[in-house]
Design a protein around this ligand. Structure first.
Ligand code: HEC
Ligand code: HEC
Length: 511
């Protein structure tokens, strides 16, 4: 028995030693000179030294130094911050006819604060940042999710007289208890999350949607699955965008060659006509499933349209399915309320040349804001416990997926000032299968979540719910849900002394 334990203790170190090629310094523990750089999580031009509740809302130095960019940043922020309304001429108008939420902040509080774990799916609840996904369980792949009926992100709200595709009161979230193979205890016998009200427990969600809550009468929910996905941060996404495709592909090739923790790269997306700076195909790197490639055709650029259904010069159709347009046009309540025929209603809803509701100038300003949101600097890296935690983070193999640093491309055209920056996002931008219980769509592999800035979550949002569906209530649980490709890292964490576990978490809280 003793020998068995000895082997386990040796494996992680052995693996790490064995997997590093000589020219690869990424996972070697950097010396002190480099640690000074590590405070600049977002590089010199992308980091702000703010650790208050406004930490995720700041403009990068790259924006601050240019008066025109700063002006655009402030204008763009208003578009993200305010709720859109339906009435024309009211300022931020154009909401609907069918939509998901009224604003970005409804789901991205403080732009990276992240929503909170909730018991009920209510989009009026400011804590609820979940996107509802309905998909074919035999093919949970990216798009189209539930084919002809629902949009990729499921809409649960509509502007009268239109009706929502799903009545939210029929969406049921259930949180289940989970016990892992170690009885939710560390090797030293301590229960997980000791000292909290949820000591010794782990939980995960399932989602059911009642058949009668669905607008489409011929849609069979029993043949489909539903899951929830929670927000990631918006800050720093400009810097992730500035990493070159070549470097991302090289990371992928390296992981395939090393033979363990082999991430999957997002499929190529052809952005000709979508990205004015870099047309052509790019590998997906944003969202949990890496379904979005560049920022200019990314989750934020699209959300501004598809979350609210506000049209603009480069999005002149409604975000809806043809089936929705057809069902609404044939609905007699809608016909009566609008005083229009089915054909008129359908042609209007399904038009590909609607009047833009947002100006190009507003959209451009929005993108300056989006790209220019800074990453908060790391804190306390010189502290002795944090130092110990940092060493453990490297030694435990966390860096196999949470790649500490990248250098942005030499010539990032949309915001040249953030070119050639050494940044510390702690992600490889690739998808890994952690074999979680009820993973939802992430059973296809989930992108390694960037860890930068997360340590300030408690300060910014007052909670530390993490992972793609917020099942983890703190850092301990986030690590303890790592299985599959990351099982070895989790098991090593489980076997650490209490002091070392605390130190590792202190490090995570500092970055
Ligand atoms: C319904 C809630 C909701 C709203 C509203 C929303 N988002 Fe998101 N957003 C999400 C979720 C959930 C994710 C995680 C993506 C996934 O499911 O894979 C996400 C991801 C993102 C990401 C990707 C981050 C990354 O690192 O991959 C960006 C950027 C983003 N959103 C920007 C925006 C912007 C800008 C707006 C407003 C125009 C917005 N979002 C509105 C729910 C929302
Ligand atoms: C095999 C790759 C892999 C390894 C190794 C790995 N992680 Fe992760 N990590 C991920 C993925 C993928 C996610 C996102 C999972 C999800 O949300 O479902 C994640 C999420 C996290 C999160 C939650 C982030 C958030 O904001 O939701 C934390 C914290 C974390 N990892 C810490 C660690 C630590 C500490 C280690 C080492 C003990 C580690 N990880 C090892 C892939 C990995």
């Amino acid at each position: 028995m003793k020998r068995f334990y000895l082997y386990i203790a040796i494996i992680p170190l052995f693996l790490l030693a064995g997997c590093e090629s000589d020219d690869d310094d990424k996972a070697k523990i950097p010396d002190e000179v480099e640690q000074d750089e590590e405070y600049y999580t977002g590089g010199k031009m992308g980091t702000v030294f703010v650790s208050s509740s406004k930490a995720y809302k700041q403009a990068m130095p790259a924006i601050d130094q240019d008066a025109q960019l700063f002006q655009q940043f402030m204008r763009g922020e208003r578009l993200a911050d305010r709720s859109f309304v339906t009435n024309e001429g009211m300022g931020y108008s154009g909401l609907g006819p069918v939509y998901i939420r009224k604003s970005c902040v409804a789901c991205h509080p403080s732009y990276g604060g992240r929503g909170q774990r909730v018991e009920t799916f209510d989009t009026n609840d400011s804590k609820n940042s979940y996107l509802l996904m309905i998909y074919d369980p035999s093919n949970p792949a990216t798009l189209p999710l539930a084919s002809k009926y629902f949009t990729g992100m499921t809409q649960t709200r509509a502007v009268a007289p239109f009706k929502a595709p799903i009545d939210e009161s029929g969406v049921k979230l259930t949180w289940h208890q989970y016990t892992d193979e170690y009885g939710n205890k560390y090797e030293d016998g301590t229960p997980y999350s000791a000292g909290t009200s949820y000591e010794g427990t782990l939980i995960y969600p399932t989602v059911e949607v009642a058949q009668d809550a669905i607008l489409f009468k011929d849609f069979d929910m029993s043949k489909h699955a539903a899951s929830i996905e929670a927000t990631i941060g918006i800050y720093g996404t400009g810097l992730l965008d500035a990493i070159s495709d070549e470097d991302l592909r090289a990371q992928y090739a390296e992981e395939q060659a090393r033979g363990y923790c082999q991430g999957k790269i997002g499929a190529d997306i052809d952005e000709t006509g979508q990205n004015p700076y870099y047309p052509g195909p790019h590998p997906g790197r944003f969202t949990y499933l890496c379904t979005r490639a560049t920022l200019d055709n990314g989750p934020g650029a699209n959300a501004l349209w598809n979350i609210t259904n506000v049209t603009r010069p480069n999005r002149t159709s409604n975000y809806m399915t043809e089936e929705y347009a057809r069902v609404m046009s044939e609905d007699t309540d809608v016909q009566t309320a609008l005083g229009q025929t089915a054909e008129q209603i359908f042609n209007d809803l399904w038009s590909k040349s609607l009047k833009p509701e947002m100006t190009q100038e507003d959209y451009d300003a929005f993108m300056v804001w989006h790209r220019g949101l800074a990453v908060p600097a790391a804190r306390n890296l010189d502290d002795e416990t944090v130092q110990r935690g940092r060493t453990l983070f490297y030694e435990t193999g966390c860096t196999a997926c949470h790649r500490p640093s990248w250098t942005t491309r030499a010539d990032y055209k949309p915001l040249p000032a953030i070119s050639d920056q050494k940044i510390y996002p702690y992600t490889d931008l690739l998808r890994h299968d952690l074999e979680m219980k009820e993973p939802g769509r992430t059973k296809l592999g989930c992108r390694t979540t960037p860890l930068w800035g997360r340590g300030l979550m408690k300060v910014v949002s007052g909670h530390s719910d993490m992972l793609h569906d917020l099942r983890a209530r703190n850092y301990e649980e986030a690590i303890l849900w790592h299985g599959g490709e990351a099982k070895l890292a989790k098991d090593t964490f489980r076997k650490m002394t209490k002091e070392d576990r605390t130190a590792l978490i202190r490090f995570l809280e500092s970055i």
